[in-house]
Design a protein around this ligand. Structure first.
Ligand code: NOJ
Length: 549
């Protein structure tokens, strides 16, 4: 099986690497314990050195911060904790000067219950904004209108005693769902898109991208016959239903086509991109969000690597399934970690995290790299009194908390890891290993995770085979290895990954001789025979195969 790459005209978001910044945790420039835009500005040189191409900023809008910015009170401003619009403008300008694109988080499904729209909506049944949210009468016994569940536990409906109706909230009860079937809502939310694109933003990461169109009849979800088979992760009560009616109504595709048309008008000046947060693990279904004419999302985000078992066969099957499901000319993408998932180094261990980094940066498709993964940050244990995440607060003790993967970035050996001054309390605890695991130390260590990430990003950037080349998995390799070839014109690179802790022998005599460009151990380069390629435990290699035609 071989999958063709792109031509030389690939766009920035196809060739580039996206780096996710969780702004609260990246760099605190004003000494209040929470990261901010000035902090990000101060690290643009680092990001350019690292070799990424775009930064995606998790939400920075005004917010009561129940869900740390995903609960928004104003879609067209910046929360003072992060800065202001003027600082945002200079961030965009300076990022562009550094050759970095800027992607904003865009949250269409819900607002905060403190958003003026919702305050009006809940003020009376006759308020002109009443229909901006999803309101419904109780059932005759007074219970919620249907059986829909919130993702973080309990009913998705909250009773409003003043106006004696329920409102829908797919997440926290302080985050009411907008009613996108109201054309005024759609127009207002499209205006939000225009606002940020006019400010020079290069793309949108669309939050909960499948959620905002639901069944207009509000039908009950049917029971789930296999509640223990969630392909993403077990979500307890939420898994008791098949989520047929509370998200992903087919009408959503029409909205995405309209949104794409809006973006396309801006892309004439410079290409813009939409990434949709899409927790769909049936890949043909997932691929529908590219649009039948590639006229919807540029890339529905692919979280397969977050949930796949870390076994070579499973990872290869995943990649092949993605490649097979992609519509012609659709561009793939891979995510290894984000602010909702346990860190990769915690999930698979720090040794295999290096192999995972090589995988992420050599697969065909756009990689999203979560801040701190480049230095091998791991989850931080959060003492009960410091828990911040609403999911953990709603369903305590079940492992849903997302604070552990949101701990402050570790910049150096100084107290608080250089994230904030030593006399300030960071909003989440700093990892205890920060004296070894930090940017400053690792930049000077030729074998560090950071040196590996940097080397991989440099090789990727200068190697069309790795960015836009085709992908061909190799047969006949050990079960613990995932081996594939990336090729563009006469340039051919073989990537051999050992996903186990035992040495493996790979025999691919038909590939002839090669030249090892980088090993995840960062201790070998040079000629290698593909007939007898030894991979040490937890080792991956990128091997140039010369002169292939
Ligand atoms: C998905 C986001 O990634 C997550 O952090 C957030 O809590 C929910 N959507 C609700 O906005």
């Amino acid at each position: 099986m071989e999958h063709n790459g792109q031509d030389n005209q690939a766009l920035w978001w196809q060739q580039g690497v996206i780096y996710q910044v969780y702004p609260r945790s990246f760099k605190d420039a004003n000494a209040d314990g929470t990261g901010d835009l000035q902090g990000i500005l101060s690290k643009l040189d680092y990001l350019t050195w690292l070799g990424v191409d775009a930064i995606w900023l998790s939400p920075i809008y005004p917010s009561p911060m129940i869900d740390f910015g995903y609960d928004i009170t104003n879609f067209t401003d910046i929360d003072p904790v992060f800065g202001d619009l003027a600082t945002f403008d200079s961030l965009v300008e300076q990022a562009h000067q550094h050759g970095l694109k800027v992607i904003m988080d865009y949250v269409p499904n819900h607002t905060s219950d403190q958003h003026p729209w919702f305050l009006e909506s809940r003020s009376s049944r006759t308020n002109p904004r009443r229909n901006w949210y999803v309101w419904a009468d109780p059932r005759p016994d007074g219970s919620p209108p249907n059986n829909w569940l919130g993702s973080w536990g309990g009913s998705a409906w909250e009773w409003d005693p003043t106006t004696r109706q329920y409102y829908l909230h797919s997440y926290h009860k302080t985050m009411p769902d907008l009613n996108w079937r109201n054309p005024d809502v759609k127009e207002a939310m499209f205006d939000v898109v225009r606002f940020w694109l006019d400010r020079g933003v290069d793309g949108l990461r669309i939050d909960s991208a499948q959620r905002f169109m639901k069944d207009p009849q509000l039908r009950d979800n049917p029971p789930n016959p296999k509640p223990h088979m969630n392909a993403y992760k077990p979500l307890v009560e939420y898994d008791s239903q098949l989520h047929l009616y509370d998200k992903g109504h087919p009408d959503i595709h029409g909205v995405y086509r309209e949104l794409r048309q809006l973006l396309d008008t801006y892309s004439k000046q410079s290409p813009r991109v939409t990434l949709g947060e899409m927790h769909i693990y049936d890949w043909p279904q997932w691929a529908r969000y590219y649009g039948s004419q590639l006229d919807e999302l540029h890339m529905p985000l692919n979280f397969g690597l977050v949930s796949a078992p870390w076994k070579a066969i499973a990872v290869r099957q995943l990649v092949d399934a993605i490649e097979a499901a992609l519509p012609p000319k659709a561009w793939p993408n891979y995510v290894l970690g984000n602010h909702d998932e346990h860190r990769i180094a915690t999930r698979i261990g720090s040794k295999q995290a290096r192999v995972a980094m090589m995988l992420l940066l050599t697969l065909r498709g756009t990689p999203t790299l979560y801040y701190g993964d480049e230095i091998g940050m791991h989850d931080v244990e959060i003492p009960p009194e410091r828990i911040e995440d609403p999911w953990e607060k709603n369903l305590p003790g079940l492992g849903f908390g997302r604070d552990p993967e949101r701990s402050p970035m570790q910049w150096d050996e100084s107290p608080n890891a250089g994230f904030c001054p030593s006399n300030v309390d960071p909003w989440l605890p700093i990892a205890s290993d920060y004296k070894q695991t930090n940017v400053a130390v690792q930049r000077h260590d030729a074998h560090s995770m950071l040196s590996l990430a940097h080397a991989l990003l440099q090789i990727r950037r200068s190697t069309p085979a790795l960015t836009i080349g085709s992908y061909t998995p190799m047969e006949g390799v050990p079960d613990n290895c995932f081996v594939y070839v990336r090729q563009f014109e006469r340039q051919c690179h073989l990537i051999a990954l050992n996903l186990s802790g035992e040495e493996q022998q790979v025999h691919l005599p038909e590939m002839g001789s090669g030249n090892i460009l980088v090993s995840t151990h960062l201790d070998r380069r040079g000629p290698a025979e593909m007939g007898t390629l030894n991979l040490r435990s937890d080792e991956g290699c990128i091997i140039e195969i010369p002169g292939t035609s």
